[in-house]
Design a protein around this ligand. Structure first.
Ligand code: PMT
Length: 437
């Protein structure tokens, strides 16, 4: 099952005999649909060769920070930004200590400092080293920063000891990862998302449209499915594969999208309008191709355009209106216009997207937005649309759940605890946290 579809996993491998299990882990992660870049510490390269990991991951393996060639390609900051998740398996006692101290003395530790992605550690070491109070304190320190620990397991160790410190089996690590990436914040909710452009025919061969690629909306659909929602994606004409566990409805025109949105929002809990819907369409569509007059190079073509229905406003006007989230693509006075749309379209939240910057917004792989509510603005800095979608769904879902429960704001602070993911402690809080809060 592709439960990590489109996820970008940066797998860090540190020095320890369990490094041989990382090869299997890479296979599991790829099988789950994710893209993997492996970063190895020098000590890790003593236990397993980068070539093995390169062959299994299908990507170059990163081993050093001071390689000008590597930095010119995908340097440590690019890797830190690229990752949706940083998973370090095995995480040695030394590496955990360096993380606790905030050191950045090799490629992997600098990535950990620079990344905004959640970080998960699968510790692996001798049982005495694991139980040592210094290691325990270091684990507590990193966990207080929101870093999660998967394991360690107990049992026979390569050194002959028996006790805690074994790295979890690769399939168990994968299960932990999937569990965290699938937050469950929208479990049981029905979510409808619009994405992509619409096309408005002028004649049988010409149309009016825009530059929307659908990437942002498709990433949102995937993130909502990962958060446990049943997702219907109403997609304009784009060439993107349907995200895993998402039901897709293809449409072409704004009126098609309008009809599909009204039909599929029966019993819908949350609606997100990310599509770039054509505001206008030609009043009539010519039945045959409109021909130019070869003798008149100055000939102008006049098109009368009429307004299309507003998909978002129509869904928001329904009696059984879902929680409504719109987008506002603006080139200037971005927040002000977004706030106006929030009110005029009767929305709960709006995502303000400054599309004057051509490196974000339409048809780019990255985006930067501000989530605007009735009384708050939350800027989300530039990152991949997949990463941003995860952040947006997380924030939207928390806000939505707060409204539903009419309770105090969801507590996202990490509770200091030495209880690790693999613990059987029933009280462990598995709600996803902002790792950098
Ligand atoms: O698809 P990508 O290439 O990944 O690009 C993403 C994006 C730039 C398209 C996306 O991030 C975005 O900003 N989407 C909104 C685009 C837009 O048309 O914005 P708007 O400000 O014109 O419309 C405001 C809101 O009303 C939007 O939620 C839009 O979906 C909705 N709308 C607009 C017109 C209309 N007739 N019906 C609508 O529902």
């Amino acid at each position: 099952m592709h439960r990590l579809n489109n996820k970008r996993i940066l797998l860090g491998i540190t020095g320890g005999i369990a490094a041989y299990k990382s090869a299997e882990l890479v296979r599991h992660i790829r099988k789950a649909g994710a893209d993997v870049h492996v970063v190895m510490t020098p000590a890790a390269c003593e236990f397993i060769t980068p070539l093995t990991l390169q062959a299994l991951s299908g990507n170059p393996v990163h081993t050093t920070m001071l390689d000008p060639k590597a930095e010119a390609g995908m340097g440590h900051i690019e890797l830190a930004r690229w990752a949706d998740v940083v998973l370090i398996a095995p995480a040695s006692a030394d590496f955990i200590a360096r993380m606790a101290a905030g050191m950045g003395n090799d490629l992997l530790s600098t990535i950990c400092l620079a990344t905004k992605a959640p970080i998960y550690l699968a510790p692996a070491m001798n049982q005495g080293m694991w139980l040592d109070s210094a290691t325990q304190k270091n684990c507590t320190t990193v966990m207080e920063r929101g870093i999660k620990l998967f394991g360690p397991d107990e049992g026979y160790q390569a050194c002959g000891d028996i006790g805690p410190g074994r790295m979890l089996d690769p399939d168990v690590i994968l299960g932990c990862l999937v569990k965290y990436l699938e937050s469950g914040l929208l479990a049981g909710k029905k979510v409808v998302i619009t994405a992509g452009p619409t096309k408005e025919a002028i004649d049988p061969v010409r149309y009016i449209s825009n530059h929307s690629s659908g990437k942002m909306g498709f990433a949102l659909a995937s993130a909502a499915a990962e958060a446990g929602a049943t997702v219907t994606l109403i997609a304009g004409p784009v060439h993107l594969p349907t995200p895993d566990r998402v039901a897709r409805v293809n449409v072409v025109t704004a009126r098609d999208m309008h009809a599909a949105a009204l039909e599929h929002t029966e019993g819908c809990d949350l609606f997100i309008g990310c599509a770039a819907v054509s505001d206008y369409r030609p009043e009539s569509i010519a039945e045959a191709k409109i021909k130019k007059d070869p003798n008149n190079p100055e000939q102008a073509l006049e098109l009368k355009l009429v307004r299309n229905p507003d998909v978002l406003a129509s869904v928001a006007a329904k009696d059984d209106r879902p929680f409504m989230v719109g987008f506002a693509a603006e080139t200037h006075q971005v927040i002000e216009y977004a706030q106006n749309k929030l009110k005029h379209k009767n929305l709960d939240l709006i995502v303000a997207n400054d599309v004057s910057d051509t490196t974000i917004g339409f048809n780019s792989d990255e985006n930067a937005v501000t989530l605007v509510g009735p009384d708050f603005e939350e800027p989300l800095p530039k990152c991949s649309k997949w990463q941003l979608a995860g952040q947006l769904i997380d924030l939207i879902a928390r806000y939505y759940n707060d409204i539903q429960q009419s309770s105090v704001q969801v507590q996202t602070q990490v509770q200091p605890s030495v209880t690790t993911e693999y613990s059987t402690d029933e009280n462990t809080d598995h709600a996803p946290e902002n790792p950098h809060s």
